[in-house]
Structure formats: structure tokens, C-alpha cells
Write a protein that binds this ligand. Structure first.
Ligand code: FMN
Length: 245
């Protein structure tokens, strides 16, 4: 087999790696993208106060399936807080500096900026938000009426993106990973995304919900809908969630 995929795997072998920006002594980028001026910010219920998710691990793993049809029952803000914490929550900020989260990440680079398309969460206006992981808050990004349609269109027109309670869109802020690992960092970002999505599956299952991973998306359309440039920041993975029918 020959093609761009094989070339990618070949060229990201260690033998081809050049000195990284970290090794050259260049400064480390910030742990998260800054909040934009004038953005509405919503504090989420603190994870340590949530009485949620105390489920039997074996049952949760056995029960997990990809769920594409959801009930009309909304998530509560507590449940959304739980899901965000489970997939990207910050447990500690250590000296390096680096965040330590509920999921592993190569070199603790944690390259993701997580967007949430809120369709059906009690007390939250529908629209697109960004998770401010260190503060455990949500920043409103786009509350236009057509945003759910635009994100759905970007997700290969998969209808359940609009019909779920909340869709999580994991975008990578490339340089956070690239600074340490160079071209090989592209591999690690995609590996990291699997952990985030899997935690979301399990966390949803633990509260009577379900999830479905989405790898089929039109990069340009989706990145444009999110308002990100697709070069320095781009979508890696999407996961829908909602209560089971
Ligand atoms: C990387 C990846 C991409 C996926 N993309 C999609 C997708 O775009 N649309 C979809 O409906 N399901 C998608 N799925 C879900 C798979 O179809 C599902 O995991 C598979 O059929 C096995 O079913 P199960 O998850 O219920 O065990 C994806 C799963 C993974 C891991």
C-alpha cells in the first residue's frame, strides 16, 4: 500500500525527527487558549460537589454501546459538568507547567480545546460553547439560531449531532503538542482524542446516557462553523451524548 497515510507513518518515525522547539529552548505556549473579550462565561457546578457517576465500572464497560438515538430528556447542568470533567477536567496544574487531567496525554501536553454544541441542557441557551478547562467554566462562542445546523452539516450531515443533548468537539491547539514533539505530535493528538472520547462514553453510560464517536466530518466546514482557522487549531474528533431512549 502506498499513499499519504503510509508516508505519514514513515515520516513520523523517530529517525526522521528533528530537534523540537522545546529542545531548542523556545518558550512553551500557554496551557489553554485565552478567553476572548466580551464573551459570556458560565461557571459550571464544581466537579468535587457532584453526586454523580458512582456506578459499577464493570457494568458501565459492559453497557457501553454507540448510541445515536437519544431521548428528549435534557441533561442537567450538573450532568454536563460531569461529562466535561470526565473527558477533559483539570485535576491539578503542576510546575512544568502542565495540566493533569482526567485523561492521559502524551507529555501532559493536553492539546485540546473542547467545544460543546448545547442542544438540550436544562437552563443553558442552545448554541456553541468552549470549555475553559482550568476554571471549569463555559464560554459562549456562537448562540446564533443556525449554529446547530452548521455543526451538523460539518459532521457529514449526521442528523443525530443536532438531535443529541450535547455534542463535544475536540479541537487541537497544534503548537501545544508540536512544541514538544514536532511532526510526531500529530500522531499523539489523535491518540489523545481516543482517551477523551472513551471517557465520555463511560461517563455518559454511568448517568443513564449514551455517546457516539464521530470521525466523519468535513474539516473545512466544521472548523469554519466553530470559528477556528483549521491550521493552528482544527477538529480532531467529535462525540455526541444524550439520555438513552
Ligand atoms: C474513530 C471512530 C470514528 C467513528 N465515526 C463514526 C461516525 O462518524 N458516525 C457514526 O455513526 N459512528 C461512528 N463511530 C462509531 C462506530 O461506528 C462504533 O463504535 C462501531 O460501530 C462499534 O459499535 P459500538 O461502539 O456500539 O461498540 C466511530 C467510532 C470510532 C472509534
Amino acid at each position: 500500500m502506498r499513499g499519504i497515510g503510509k508516508e505519514f507513518m514513515d515520516k513520523t518515525r523517530y529517525k526522521h525527527m528533528e530537534e523540537s522547539d522545546q529542545s531548542k529552548g523556545l518558550p512553551q505556549p500557554p496551557l489553554e487558549l485565552p478567553q476572548e473579550e466580551g464573551q459570556m462565561v458560565i461557571a459550571l457546578p464544581r466537579p468535587e460537589k457532584l453526586a454523580l457517576g458512582h456506578a459499577d465500572l464493570r457494568e458501565v464497560i459492559e453497557g457501553r454501546r454507540s448510541v445515536r438515538a437519544y431521548s428528549e430528556e435534557p441533561f442537567t447542568v450538573e450532568e454536563l459538568s460531569w461529562l466535561l470533567w470526565a473527558c477533559q477536567g483539570v485535576k491539578d496544574i503542576v510546575k512544568r507547567p502542565a495540566t493533569l487531567r482526567t485523561v492521559p496525554s502524551a507529555g501532559a501536553r493536553h492539546p485540546f480545546e473542547t467545544y460543546v454544541l448545547v442542544n438540550n441542557v436544562e437552563g443553558l441557551t442552545k448554541g456553541l460553547y468552549r470549555f475553559l478547562a482550568s476554571e471549569h467554566k463555559l464560554a459562549a462562542v456562537n448562540l446564533d439560531d443556525d449554529i446547530a445546523d452548521r455543526v451538523t452539516e460539518g459532521c457529514y450531515k449526521q442528523r443525530f449531532v443536532k438531535d443529541c443533548a450535547a455534542a463535544f468537539i475536540f479541537t487541537a491547539d497544534l503548537y501545544r503538542m508540536y512544541w514538544r514533539y514536532g511532526e510526531r505530535g500529530y500522531r499523539y493528538m489523535h491518540l489523545d482524542a481516543g482517551h477523551a472520547s472513551q471517557n465520555l462514553y463511560l461517563a455518559a453510560e454511568a448517568i443513564g446516557g449514551g455517546a457516539c464517536a464521530i470521525g466523519a466530518f468535513y474539516d473545512e466546514l466544521l472548523n469554519r462553523a466553530l470559528g477556528i482557522d483549521g491550521e493552528n487549531q482544527f477538529t480532531v474528533y467529535v462525540t455526541t451524548t444524550g439520555k438513552k431512549q
